[in-house]
Design a protein around this ligand. Structure first.
Ligand SMILES: N[C@@H](CCC(=O)N[C@@H](CSCO)C(=O)NCC(=O)O)C(=O)O
Ligand SMILES: [Zn+2]
Ligand SMILES: [Zn+2]
Length: 191
């Protein structure tokens, strides 16, 4: 079977609803599912090719967005969660049984602290913000993707109307750079 970019993107990038107000995410366990309730839509939703973000089986990319931490609650079976890599900036909380990542939280000093990373495909509700761009595209090569095929992958994203980047989007890289500039004293903290 040809590898999928991601099920949310393979058949066109369906637009979300502007006033969508959230829903519930579930892990893939047949019973006793971990449930996470989100009380708003996500922001900065994007395809991510990095090796750390959870991907559905046979997909080359994850789709991951962010939500303020106070809009996320674990509402069932929290005892099944564990942190995949405690040394990572994003502490990805996954189900110990099925391996699905329910949310990623930043506990350390970081430009994105206060935001949780989530995968809206774990919800049955429709209307979530659609992916806005593709990030860390070249990272799939590190995971074994044949380098000669990478331009074809970028072309698929362009066909779906998505810009591709090999880090995050310029807007998010600017947020990180502004945070770093303030921290090292090169930028005013009042910005
Ligand atoms: N080539 C590496 C890149 C990993 C990476 O830096 N991932 C980003 C994006 S994740 C969501 O967009 C990141 O911020 N990671 C921090 C973390 O994972 O804790 C690879 O592929 O592993
Ligand atoms: Zn599970
Ligand atoms: Zn990632």
């Amino acid at each position: 079977m040809a590898p999928s970019i991601h099920p949310l993107i393979d058949n066109g990038n369906q637009k979300g609803e502007p006033n969508f107000s959230g829903g519930t995410l579930h892990c893939h366990c047949p019973t006793n599912k971990v449930e996470v309730t989100l009380s708003s839509n996500v922001l900065h939703n994007h395809a991510c090719g990095c090796s750390k973000c959870w991907k559905p089986s046979n997909a080359l990319f994850s789709v991951v967005g962010v939500i303020p931490t106070d809009k996320l609650r674990v509402t069932a079976n929290a005892h099944k969660l564990h942190i995949v890599d405690p040394s990572a900036a994003i502490q990805r909380n996954a189900c110990k049984e099925c391996g699905v990542h329910l949310f990623g939280r930043i506990e350390q000093d970081h430009a994105f602290k206060g935001l949780d990373f989530v995968h809206v495909e774990l919800s049955d509700e429709k209307g979530w913000q659609e992916p806005q761009f593709a990030a860390f595209v070249s990272s799939i090569i590190e995971q074994g993707f044949e380098p000669s095929g990478i331009e074809g992958v970028r072309e698929k994203f362009r066909e779906a109307g998505l810009q591709t980047y090999d880090v995050l989007s310029p807007a998010l890289m600017d947020v990180i750079a502004t945070y770093t500039g303030k921290k090292n004293g090169k930028l005013s903290s009042k910005l």
